[in-house]
Design a protein around this ligand. Structure first.
Ligand SMILES: [Zn+2]
Length: 448
């Protein structure tokens, strides 16, 4: 087994020129494989992307398994043994599916994977084929250079992250938990990216917690009848009133420890006062991240859909709405009780998706390794924890007792609004951001 190069003693024998070219080629090829996941079962599936990933691993001698509930909803799993048998395994994961793209809205064809002026364009460039390519390019470079990491690495590339994870990480962890034997921690998407404050200070945000998901269908019950008659049990009106109550409800502020450390760090690097009793001014300093961080201070319930009626002169017997509910770690029961109160007696709810919140230790060796890895590549970095207001495959892994973190590093230009690139028209990422990310990830895997 080859020796691990000590940190700070110069880069190990990695062919960075080759890795820099590969990360772009792999990302562009993955973007070119349409893995649109509309969530209604009509997409092309992830099979072609999974087979491509398997071929990339096979080229460097890593055997990988393709698993999934059906031949086209496939995830890829592989294990690379570490050299320290006393250390627990580490899962490194991404997802292969993407949300739909409406091509006429785009400046470039969304599945082209075009590189223009150093920017990689296409659906999945940031969410998250670019980072899947980073993982693969780093692993290939490690193996070619004869570098072995201390921990067993379990690589997982999941299907179906964008539509509730049912055919991806949830299925895999339920049917093939053996792949994660001995794994205690995981890294995945939506963390490790940089965010520049207006004064130029560069934060790197690591997701150490995730809100839980309560996607709800509301069903209002009423009395069907002729639209020309009096009707005091109108389902449309009952639904509209309930949606209004839910959408306008103010949920109390609860500052999770990860959010507290994020905001106190933001105040500190900005040189402003930090008042835990009045967080608004500190949240505002985060600029484009403020809507996400604001949402991490409380439970939220956003009405997102309405369906009712089939003819203008008919009062329907039922009316439906959809609500995207997100609750803080530990607050599921309280959140749903409040929603029920707001719905009132004629409106009931069903789950479209019911998934757990995630909370991983901030004071952990793995976080120290993240700070060190990013700091080595960007000495101006200030690494901070945060609470992701969305959800990732870390939820499914946490059911196996694995502590998940959002950490796939990207150094981004100050003007790039990273979170707005998710699911966006003209989704794109600078090639240099991926190349930075590879260097931070490469170092992290050697020291984690
Ligand atoms: Zn994603």
């Amino acid at each position: 087994m080859s020796e691990v190069s000590p940190i700070g003693a110069g880069a190990p024998a990695i062919d960075w020129a080759r890795a820099d070219a590969e990360v772009v080629e792999i990302a562009a090829t993955l973007i070119g494989i349409d893995t649109t996941n509309p969530g209604d079962g009509t997409g092309p599936g992830e099979r072609a992307a999974a087979e491509y990933v398997v071929s990339l691993l096979a080229e460097v001698g890593v055997a990988a398994d393709i698993v999934g509930p059906t031949p086209d909803r496939t995830s890829v799993l592989a294990r690379i043994h570490g050299h320290d048998r006393h250390r627990p395994g580490l899962a490194v994961h991404g997802h292969l599916d993407v949300v739909p793209a409406h091509a006429p809205d785009w400046q470039v064809p969304p599945f082209s994977g075009a590189v223009v002026d150093g920017i990689l364009w296409g659906r999945g460039a940031v969410d998250m084929k670019g980072q899947v390519a980073m993982i693969l390019a780093v692993i290939r470079a490690h193996i070619r250079a004869g570098i072995t990491c201390p921990r067993d690495l379990v690589l997982a590339f999941f299907a179906d992250e964008e539509a509730g994870m049912v055919h991806g990480s949830r299925w895999v962890t339920e049917h093939h938990p053996e792949h994660f034997a001995g794994v205690t921690e995981a890294i995945g998407e939506v963390g490790g990216f940089s965010h520049s404050l207006s004064g130029g200070q560069r934060l790197y945000l690591i997701a150490t917690a995730e809100k839980g998901i309560s996607w709800l269908r509301l069903i209002a019950q009423g009395r069907a009848g002729h639209g020309a008659m009096l009707n005091d049990e109108n389902a449309v009106l009952r639904l509209a009133a309930a949606v209004d109550r839910v959408g306008r409800a103010e949920f109390p502020i609860r500052v999770h420890p990860s959010v507290m450390s994020l905001l106190s760090a933001v105040a500190e690097v900005s040189g402003t006062d930090f008042d835990p009793a009045d967080l608004g001014p500190t949240v505002a300093l985060l600029g484009s991240l403020a809507p996400m961080v604001g949402a991490s201070l409380r439970n939220t319930a956003q009405p997102t859909g309405l369906t009712a009626g089939y003819k203008v002169n008919v009062v329907p017997g039922q009316a439906y709405a959809e609500v995207d509910g997100r609750y803080l770690p530990g607050e599921r029961t309280e959140f749903l009780a409040r929603i029920d109160e707001l719905l009132g007696e004629h409106v009931r709810r069903e789950f479209i998706c019911d998934d757990i919140a995630v909370e991983s230790p901030v004071a952990a060796g793995i976080v120290t390794s993240m700070v060190e890895a990013i700091g080595a590549v960007d000495p101006q970095a200030r690494v901070v924890p945060y609470l992701l207001s969305g959800g990732t495959d870390n939820k499914a892994l946490s059911r196996l007792g694995i502590h998940g973190y959002g950490f796939l590093p990207l150094r981004l230009p100050a003007e790039l609004d990273f979170l707005r690139m998710f699911h966006a028209v003209d989704e794109r990422v600078p090639v240099a951001s991926l190349q930075f990310g590879m260097r931070a990830l490469e170092r992290f895997l050697r020291i984690a």
